[in-house]
Design a protein around this ligand. Structure first.
Ligand SMILES: [Zn+2]
Length: 109
């Protein structure tokens, strides 16, 4: 008697997509987004953090290896140290975004 072998391959596609949203250190809402923009320099990139609730908006020039979470931690520090105003403007040498209000653009998948 042959053993019946049932071939059952379950395709469990678990896509663990980390949330794009962080908790805003200023207002506490989960509406803080962090996007990266390329800079001329290969070692640095520009992080842009925005909160859709309180309007927090800041730019940070960071090493290219940094992750969103790293940037988030930096922003949390800035807020707690009340130094957020230091990064509200684009860093020197960084061109202003061409189209303001272009939401949801991210190079990350
Ligand atoms: Zn906020």
């Amino acid at each position: 008697m042959a053993r019946r072998r049932r071939k059952r391959i379950k395709h469990v596609k678990k896509v663990l997509k980390p949330s794009r949203y962080f908790q805003c250190p200023r207002c506490g809402a989960m509406t803080l987004t962090i996007d990266f923009r390329k800079l001329d320099s290969a070692d640095e990139k520009l992080a842009e953090a925005k909160c859709g609730t309180c309007g927090l908006h800041c730019y940070l020039k960071v090493p290219a290896v940094l992750d969103r979470v790293d940037v988030y931690n930096k922003i949390v520090d800035l807020v707690y140290e009340d130094r957020l105003s230091e990064c509200e403007a684009l860093p020197e040498g960084v061109a202003a975004p061409a189209g303001e209000g272009a939401e949801g653009e991210s190079e990350e998948e």
